[in-house]
Design a protein around this ligand. Structure first.
Ligand code: 9MJ
Length: 682
């Protein structure tokens, strides 16, 4: 055999040594924050390893540090089902909410007087991620998605240097860890400066930049973005000894060479939590990454298990958010934008200002009533506020700084996008463009909504493609999506023959849908998923709904007069009736629904009224859950009401229930009903 083909024992050994050394340096750098060699020396090791591997490609393994950045771009991300759902967190915005969370935890655990220990962690503002190691080797990474199904982003997560490709120590045979991918502020600033220099678009904030990088189809692009990761949780695990505390879990993760947040700390009781919140709030601007609050987790994992979770959020954890950040700046102009429902919204163009961790140059003014109430004028110095992911808003005008001659803002008479007349109805705060699908802004938003995962679920029909379809006038109404062919789609930017074919197949697959999805997809004002489901169940098919008057629509559980008016008005519009006929003509089909016989459902025949503030879920979520079990949810108490659910600070409805002798249950009893799917007291 030739020299090049045969692998000498020495080469094999040197490759092994280099990989071990690089893994150790990665660990020292990323986990211990204590590097022992310079970047240049590290690069030398990498270069030597690359050279040796180039000569002996058969020795390359997937966990070699040279193999972080994978091959060619992907067409789409595969879907990953999370074996253990990825939960989100309940939010608190005040000390009171933290106190009541803490009280509930103690009550549920039956330890009313004890100071419970909490693992307190900064709340990273990044992208939640799941990373799976089998026998210590990274095999898969996925986004959270909707908590049950996420996207397979293995190639991109492998490219993050802070994520080990192989774990240290003795990890369990299967270990799924969870955490947050984020972009450190320094890297974000560097990346944006470079983008500016190249004349490219910059990212609005580190969170979007991180999410965009992880959800990049080309792993090489994603590898060039300065991402970092902190792990804080577990998903599926097989083997090993389970940690008994959250704090122990973090230590265990570190021992496997995984990065955890160095600011995490165990605190006692509500005083400890609030003290931690104050300390982190003060230290916030010194941290090298963006946080939007802190997270408290009951430290004992057996207690976590005992507490369980409600609708996607654990009862043992709470995200305590920092208050919104405010700053002063000057309004350069007020412009108007049109949205999906045609709402023409005033937007303030600002002198760029750093607030809430990002540079803000636009802020919403909501509607003309708000503009008038705040008396905002071009040239005014204003206070802008930004919290978390929320759109920045103009809070108020700073008095005494108005330039001479500043004029009040006028609502344009015609849509800034399509030129159709703008109409504002009696009693409505919002002005709307009357252009319908003729207005490209409305068309674009309608298409995005219709293609969404919870609507007609057209896989691969993303915003960028929709923008092009609208821009080139290839789709004039949502129904025309169904006329697109491969040749037309293949001509679009960033579209190949193969993706065009896949997209046509996805559009075709979306023809077979369900009535609730269709109703949601139409984008009727105020008709969300649960209202769409209720309408479908009540009317059975679309014809009956299209002919219904407001009174009939109001019979649907949880539909009030405003929503009923929107529904009736939607179907009265000939353009919308045409759309439905056209969708049908293009083969979009669904089964009529046999309205489930309420009497056969667990809460069939019962009417509930919700009042006061619920602490474990929103009223809307509670209504949805009750409806799903066959109950009706009414807005006011009458003799026909079977149960009133009284949350905190319940007022007149509670008094009325008492005077009528209607049984009153509390939130805990409601939760029991929803969990056991049984009538109260059953
Ligand atoms: C963030 N975003 O930093 C959790 N998180 O725990 C921390 N998120 C979480 N924990 C359970 N530190 C669900 C989400």
């Amino acid at each position: 055999m030739s020299e090049a083909g045969a692998v000498s024992e020495a080469t094999r050994r040197r490759i092994g040594e280099l990989r071990t050394a690089i893994a150790l340096h990665d660990y020292r750098y990323h986990v211990l924050d204590d590097p022992e060699i310079s970047d240049a020396d590290y690069d030398l090791l990498m270069r030597e390893l690359r050279t040796l591997e180039a000569g002996h490609p058969e020795l390359i393994t997937a966990d070699s540090p040279t193999q972080r950045v994978g091959a060619a771009p992907l067409e789409t991300f595969a879907v990953v089902e999370h074996q253990v759902p990825m939960l989100s967190l309940e939010n608190a915005f005040s000390e009171d909410e933290v106190r009541s969370f803490e009280r509930r935890v103690r009550e549920r655990l039956g330890t009313p007087d004890e100071d419970i220990e909490y693992a307190a962690e900064p709340k990273l503002d990044g992208l939640a991620i799941s990373i799976t190691y089998r026998d210590g080797v990274l095999v898969r990474a996925a986004t959270r998605g909707d908590g049950t199904r996420g996207e397979d982003v293995t190639a991109n997560v492998r490219a993050i240097r802070a994520v080990p490709l192989r774990l240290r120590g003795q990890p369990p045979a299967l270990l799924e860890v969870r955490g947050e991918v984020f972009m450190p502020l320094a890297g974000f600033a560097r990346m944006n400066a470079a983008a500016l220099e190249r004349g490219e678009k910059t990212f609005v904030n580190p969170r979007n930049a991180a999410a965009g990088a992880v959800r990049q189809l080309d792993p090489r692009v994603s590898a060039s973005r300065p991402l970092d990761v902190f792990l804080y949780g577990l998903g599926a695990v097989e083997g090993g000894v389970p940690p008994t505390r959250q704090s122990e879990l973090l230590a265990q993760l570190r021992s496997y060479g995984l990065r955890t947040c160095p600011e995490a700390q165990v605190v006692r009781g509500v005083a400890g939590c609030l003290g931690y919140f104050a300390r982190l709030g003060a230290a916030r601007t010194r941290l090298p990454y963006q946080i939007d609050g802190v997270v408290y987790k009951v430290d004992r994992r057996d207690w976590q298990e005992q507490l369980g979770f409600v609708s996607r959020a654990p009862r043992w954890a709470l995200a305590h958010k920092f208050p919104a950040d405010e700053a002063e700046t000057v309004i350069r102009a007020v412009e108007f934008q049109a949205g999906r429902t045609g709402a023409v919204t005033p937007v303030a163009r600002l002198e760029p200002v750093f607030v809430g961790g990002v540079t803000v140059s636009n802020a919403t003014l909501h509607n003309m009533d708000e503009v008038a109430r705040k008396d905002v004028r071009v040239g005014d110095t204003v206070v802008v506020r930004r919290a978390g992911d929320v759109i920045p808003e103009v809070v108020r005008v700073v008095p005494g700084r108005r330039p001479a001659g500043a004029q009040p803002v006028q609502l344009p008479s015609h849509c800034p996008v399509c030129g159709s007349p703008v109409a504002r109805e009696e009693g409505e705060a919002i002005a709307r463009c009357t252009g319908g699908f003729r207005c490209t802004a409305q068309r674009r938003e309608a298409l995005k909504h219709l293609a969404g995962r919870r609507a007609l679920d057209i896989d691969g029909l993303g915003d960028r493609i929709i923008d092009q379809l609208v821009e080139h006038d290839l789709v004039r109404t949502p129904a025309e999506l169904y006329t697109l062919d491969v040749a037309t789609l293949a001509k679009l930017d960033r579209m190949g023959e193969k993706s065009a074919r896949n997209l046509v197949a996805a559009i075709d697959a979306s023809r077979k849908t369900t009535l609730p999805r269709l109703l949601f997809a139409l984008g009727i004002r105020d008709v969300g998923e649960s209202t769409a489901l209720a309408l479908a169940q009540h009317f059975g098919d679309i014809e009956a709904l299209m002919e219904a008057d407001e009174l009939q629509v109001r019979q649907v559980p949880d539909v009030g007069p405003v929503v009923a008016a929107h529904v009736v008005r939607y179907f009265a519009d000939p353009a919308n009736r045409e759309l439905i006929a056209a969708l049908r003509a293009h083969g979009v089909g669904w089964q009529p629904m046999a309205a489930p016989r309420a009497a056969e459902m667990p809460l069939g025949g019962l009417t509930f009224v919700l009042t006061g503030k619920l602490t474990h879920m929103t009223r809307e979520a509670a209504s949805e859950a009750l409806l799903a079990l066959g109950a009706k949810v009414a807005g006011s108490v009458s003799k026909k009401t079977n149960y009133v659910v009284a949350g905190e600070e319940a007022g007149s409805k509670l008094d009325k229930a008492r005077s009528l002798g209607v049984p009153v249950i509390d939130e805990a009893a409601l939760i029991a009903v929803l969990e056991k799917k049984e009538r109260p007291g059953a």
